[in-house]
Structure formats: C-alpha cells, structure tokens
Design a binder for this molecule. Structure first.
Ligand code: URA
Length: 448
C-alpha cells in the first residue's frame, strides 16, 4: 500500500519551522516503528525538532503517537489506587528504593517500571540487582499479583511499551538530539502514560548532575510533562529538585541499597529522607485523587491524612520493602556485595565545604565500575563513592572527603582525576546549606 506521506517532506516542514500536522505526526511515528522511515531520516527530523522546537499541541500528538506504537497496561482492575514516580535522573538518586514500599504501606499500588543506568546516573534496576537473588524481569501476571498483595513493584519495563520511543531514544543518544524539551518530555511521558498509572509524580532534577543544568530549563521540561500527563488524564505533579550536590552520601549500586535500608530503618541522610517524604506526600495525594475517582472517599481521606515520616520510623515501610524484595526472589537479609579495594581521598585545605559537584562524583562512581558506557556492559555491584564531607561540614587538612570502592584498583586513577576540584572548601560557612532538608525541593509544578 502506498504511504500517505513522504519522510523528506515531513523533515522539510519541520526544518522550515512549520507545525507538523497531526496526520504527519501519526504517520512518521508509525512508519518509523515499521521501519519504513529510515534511521537517517528520523535522525534528521529529531535534529529539526531540536532546532525548531514544537508547539504544545504538537508535542501532545507526538506523545500520543508514541503511546499508540505499542501496548498499554491497565491497572484499573486492581483493588488499590495507583501512583507512580519518575525521576529525570541524578547522582546518588536512590529514592525509588525507600519510596515505593513507603507509599505502598498506605494501600497504594506503586508500579515502578525502571531502567538500567547509562552514563553517570545510576539505574534503579542495577541497584536492586546487587541484592542476592533479586530479579528485575516479571511477567505482567506476576507484576499484577505483586501489586495486589505487596503493593510495590520495581521491575523492568516490557519491550512492548512505546516501542517507537525505544528506537528513537537510542537514535537520539548517538545524534546529539537528547537535550530537547519536546523530545525528552514526549519520551518520558509516552512510557509513563502507556504504563497505565492513574497518578504520577515527576522528580525533575536541576543542577550539574542532572540533564537540565539550570532552573529555567528544568521548569520548562516539568511544565511540558505536567501538561502532557494532564492532557492524557493522568494526574501529574512535578517537584523541581536540587542536583548540584549528590543525594545522600553514596553513589554506586550496593552502596545505595545500604543507604536506602538505613532510611527504611528510620535513619539515613537528611536530604534523602526529606525528598523521600516530599515525594511520598505527593504520591499519596495522587493516589487519593484516584481513590476518589473510584468512589472510595474513605480511602481518599485516609491517604490525605497519612503520615509517611511515621511509617519510616515505626518499621512499616521496612516490612513492605522486605516483602517487595522477597517477592522478586531477593534475600533482604543477605549481606550486600562489597568491593575488594578502597582508597580514601582527603582535604588539602581546612575550612567549610561549600560545594560537592554532583557530576564529578557521578563520573567517579561510573569510572570505578558502578555504571556502564555501553548498554551491554556489566556493572560492579560494590563499586562507587562514599562521601564523608558535604556542604556545611567543617574539615581540617587531611580529613577524609570520600572513599572510593572498586573491584579493579586500576580504576582509581581515572576516578580521582574526575574528582579534582569536586569539593569547594571556603573559610566560612556557605550562605545556603544545600544538604538542608528544606533546600532539596526547589519548587512544585502542577495544573491545580
Ligand atoms: N529519559 C527518557 O526516558 N527519555 C529521554 O529523552 C530522556 C531521559
């Protein structure tokens, strides 16, 4: 059958700054998924979109076409309301680990379809795979059962969800077209909407360790994603959060699991706890909206009144964590893997730490073996960085700043090079303490 459009014309329209028509968008996404539009043509179109931008209605149609390229999951048959969270990625961002069980404590289904890390930000599945026995692949039936019984699931997204995005994201990665707001927003939201959650909380990170380095671009991305979610009937709220400084004191797979378990035991670093609670509060509100929509006003009221901090302190979140890990074959009591070699770096001057650069710490953890350069690379479970000094801490010459962990000591040199200048040490205290709990969440973006 003849194709209704020609890829060269569609590329030309966007190159010349025109709005693509709905029919052009539907066709180009479908034809690319079918292999009729070639990679080089889609790469040219992605670059034209990168340079020319898209209107809001154009992004909405592009997103809808990507959703339509694959399956959609449906959680409406569950007895629980659903709430999901997506983070745009950062260094030391282990928040999904304590957050998913914490929200499930209150009777919410939390379907966290996650990915593996690429580059300097870690992947949630890589972190959980450091727990002996834990497996990321679940069948849709296993996932549904676990959502109904335990409430929280963190697993690998099936290949059937938004296959157009899977192809396009890989292409953007190698054609310098990742950092485009319409392309990022449609990529993330097509997967989240296809996943079928009723409500969604976005953690849009901003700073050196994030995709979006400045607040204005992070806000524009957050607004685009909140708009897309709402247009598709998913109650969507975004928190703009700080990512100039790594989250918590660890970056690396097993190291981050250990820190998450501390948070679930009622301890852990203040910034990790604060962000976990802030996101839990938003997810509980989203789930309350879903419960109300399902006619369960009693549950909606209880979710709005729920106290997530109490559930971290009294062991309820830990109980769900243990059930969640066990349900996926993991042993929550097994010792976590530890790297075979460590090296500590120390302060060269005395004073007050005013900055620890998230990107540099992320690159160091990656070079130590915690992350991968190519999709098919393995990761080391025990590798990473443990921070001893964060903004606001007073250090003397020779005081430890961080301990580097790896199974391959020849990686230390590259990691230490990445960390040169990562700590800024001043004579006096910083004017803003970036680890203070109230400094983590910069803003909230919602349509209501
Ligand atoms: N994550 C995604 O899933 N897509 C993007 O485009 C960027 C980050």
């Amino acid at each position: 059958m003849a194709e209704p459009f020609n890829a060269v014309d569609v590329i030309g329209h966007k190159r010349d700054g025109l709005r693509l028509t709905d029919a052009e968008i539907d066709w180009v996404i479908d034809a690319y998924t079918r292999g009729v539009v070639a990679d080089e043509q889609m790469a040219a179109l992605a670059m034209a979109i990168f340079l020319r931008d898209m209107e809001r209605s154009e992004i909405a149609r592009w997103t809808a076409a990507m959703i339509a390229s694959g399956e959609r999951m449906d959680f409406s048959g569950l007895s629980r309301p659903t709430a999901d969270k997506h983070s745009t990625g950062g260094v030391g961002d282990k928040i999904t680990l304590p957050l998913a069980p914490l929200v499930a404590v209150f009777g919410v289904a939390v379907p966290q379809l996650s990915g593996r890390g690429l580059g300097h930000t870690g992947g949630t599945l890589d972190k959980l795979e450091s727990i002996p026995g834990w497996r990321a692949e679940l069948t849709p039936e296993e996932m549904m059962r676990q959502l109904e019984t335990v409430g929280a699931v963190v697993c690998q997204a099936g290949a059937g969800l938004a296959p157009a995005d899977r192809k396009l994201y890989a292409l953007r990665d190698v054609t310098a077209t990742v950092e485009s707001i319409p392309l990022i927003a449609s990529s993330i939201m097509s997967k989240k909407i296809a996943e079928g959650t009723a409500s969604l909380v976005l953690d849009v990170k901003c700073g050196s360790g994030a995709f979006m380095k400045d607040a204005a671009t992070a806000r524009a991305l957050a607004e685009a994603m909140v708009g897309l979610g709402s247009d598709h009937g998913v109650r969507t709220v975004a928190l703009l959060t700080e990512m100039d400084t790594p989250l918590g004191l660890t970056a690396g797979n097993a190291l981050e699991v250990a820190e998450s378990v501390e948070v679930l035991a009622g301890g852990g670093p203040g910034d990790v706890v604060a962000l976990t609670i802030a996101l839990a509060r938003e997810m509980l509100d989203g789930a309350a909206w879903d419960a109300e929509r399902r006619g369960d006003t009693g549950l909606a009221g209880r979710l709005r009144e729920a106290d997530p901090a109490a559930a971290l302190n009294d062991g309820r979140a830990m109980d769900v964590w243990r059930a969640m890990i066990s349900a996926q074959g993991g042993d929550p009591d097994a010792p976590l893997p530890q790297a075979t070699a460590t090296e500590t770096i120390t302060a060269e001057t005395s004073g007050v730490v005013s900055r620890v650069d998230a990107l540099q710490v992320g690159v160091a953890a990656w070079r130590l073996g915690a992350g991968r350069a190519r999709k098919e690379d393995p990761v080391q479970a025990g590798a990473g960085v443990v921070l001893h000094a964060k903004p606001g801490d007073v250090v003397a010459v020779g005081a430890p700043l961080a301990t580097l962990h790896t199974d391959e000591p020849d990686r230390f040199t590259g990691a230490k090079t990445a960390l040169v200048g990562a700590w800024t040490i001043d004579d006096s205290a910083p004017t803003t303490a970036t680890t203070a709990a109230d400094a983590v969440v910069l803003d909230r973006i919602a349509l209501d």
